[in-house]
Write a protein that binds this ligand. Structure first.
Ligand code: ARG
Length: 469
């Protein structure tokens, strides 16, 4: 049992209490952030004359040594410390003596952990953005290569109108693009430094909070020391954004699973990204997509868990807040691995163009266009709708499609039909004539692809800047 308090106590902590209270088993993953924050704190303390230059140098050397030793496996973070903050301070004091004990001057674990979590989350916001960027690259590549890959679009999972694979993938591009924008938004709002808030009421030491915050790349210090130590909004926002990403991935997974089914055969998942059955030799299962869909639940769970943890907590810090970590870490790990795996599956998937196109030709996806044909020849839309409805019924009975009927058969149902109807309701026309902004017609799609290329270019320039920082 190594803890940072004890002077006030005469009895020993019960081992069960100690274990229940300790967070080292999971907050050890904050060791880099903890050390980064401590280094900034110490630089500021020395600049303010609170520590001597010698003390500062020795503490920084000690902290850097601890970080390197942990990273390179020479020092392990063990369960005998209560939390990561105790571990770092104890090892530091062991290594450099008296000066180590001065590290915590003007600081509380409350503002320390608030900072550590914020630094960790801020970094993960960038990491998840990078995973999204890679997925967006894959999507845009598929879009560029499939402007004329015709397929049926669905409503109610029933064939509705024809579209293209580029257009369908473009819908997911928009979703994941919004996810990126949401993360950028969260980053901006969260980027204020809580360090220097003390336990909750600031401190009487002349700390320079502006300086510490600038050392760690924050926009500035947070403006209420009580809120600083009690705020986990940024983490809730991040978990909400992660939940939305999973919702998008889950919908996409569901489509891949349907498209991969024996009935659809729109896609074939690469062997490297599918699995077999222990009993049925013919099986090739879309397990990755199913797992991504399944893991969505635990990410939503993390969001609900933290929202519930926070809802009854009075100001300022309360130990309940230690419960933010395990769920958040798990959600972050889950989303990153889902994005990476899903991207791997998507970038190697084969789309069966022929099957998709044939599927678009069957199922009356051109019925709307057939009605529009009549409308363009002065038939009121309601009447046209009725006429085509009867036409569909006729085709169903004959087990054929509208475009396979002879002109005589068409004319029997409406004399307005002429020979040019075949061209007007061909799959190609149905798609290519749809040129409103955001529609699947080639020129409309090319325009959108151009805009999204620009978006990705700006995003990767952004990422490079972040990596250099
Ligand atoms: N392990 C604690 C947490 O994660 C650190 C803060 C402890 N502060 C305190 N006053 N006990 O929240």
């Amino acid at each position: 049992m190594a803890q940072l308090w004890g002077g006030r106590f005469t009895g020993k902590t019960d081992q069960m209490v100690y274990d229940f209270n300790a967070s080292i088993t999971f907050d050890k993953r904050l060791f880099k952030q903890d050390i980064e924050g401590s280094i900034a704190h110490v630089i500021m303390l020395a600049r303010q004359g609170i520590l001597t230059g010698g003390e500062k140098d020795s503490i920084i050397k000690g902290l850097t040594g601890i970080r390197n030793d942990v990273e390179e496996g020479r020092l392990s973070i063990t369960g005998e410390y209560e939390d990561i903050h105790s571990f770092v301070e104890a090892v530091l004091t062991e290594r450099i003596g008296e000066a180590g004990k001065k590290l915590h001057t003007g600081r509380s674990r409350n503002d320390q952990v608030a900072l550590d979590m914020k630094l960790y989350t801020r970094l993960e916001v960038l990491n998840v953005t990078e995973c999204l960027r890679e997925l967006l690259e894959t999507l845009l590549r598929i879009m560029e290569g499939n402007l004329a890959t015709y397929m049926p679009g669905f409503t109610h999972l029933q064939k509705a109108q024809p579209t293209t694979l580029a257009h369908h993938m473009g819908a997911y591009f928009e979703m994941f693009k919004r996810d990126v924008l949401r993360l950028q938004d969260i980053y901006k709002r969260m980027n204020y430094c809580p360090l220097g808030s003390g336990a909750f009421a600031g401190t009487t030491y002349p700390l320079d909070r502006d300086y510490t915050s600038s050392l760690m790349g924050f926009e500035g210090p947070t403006l209420n020391s009580m809120d600083s130590v009690a705020d986990r909004d940024y983490l809730i926002e991040f978990l909400a954004a992660l939940s939305t990403i999973m919702m998008h991935l889950s919908r996409f997974s569901e489509e891949i699973i349907i498209w991969n089914s024996n009935e659809y055969r729109f896609v074939e998942i690469d062997d490297g990204f599918s699995t077999g059955s222990s009993i049925m030799p013919q099986k090739k299962n879309p397990d990755i997509a199913e797992l991504v869909r399944g893991k969505t639940g635990r990410v939503y769970g993390a969001l609900m868990s933290l929202l519930t943890t926070m809802k009854g907590i009075p100001l300022a810090y309360n130990k309940d807040m230690q419960e933010d970590k395990e769920v958040a870490f798990d959600a972050i790990d889950t989303v990153k691995s889902c994005l990476i795996l899903f991207n791997g599956m998507l970038s190697t998937i084969r789309f069966n163009h022929k099957v998709m196109e044939q599927s678009a030709m069957r199922g009356f996806t051109n019925a709307t266009d057939a009605a529009d044909y009549l409308v363009n020849r002065s038939v009121p839309f309601r009447d046209a709708h009725e006429i085509i409805g009867r036409l569909v019924l006729y085709c169903l009975e004959k087990n054929t499609s509208i475009d396979a009927l002879s002109l005589e058969e068409l004319k029997e149902i409406s004399p307005v039909f002429e020979a040019d109807v075949y061209e007007a309701i061909s799959l190609k026309t149905c798609v290519e004539k749809r040129l409103t902004v955001g529609a699947p017609g080639r020129e409309a799609m090319e325009d959108v692809i151009g805009k999204n290329r620009e978006f990705l270019k700006a995003l990767s320039e952004d990422t490079n800047v972040n990596n250099e920082e």
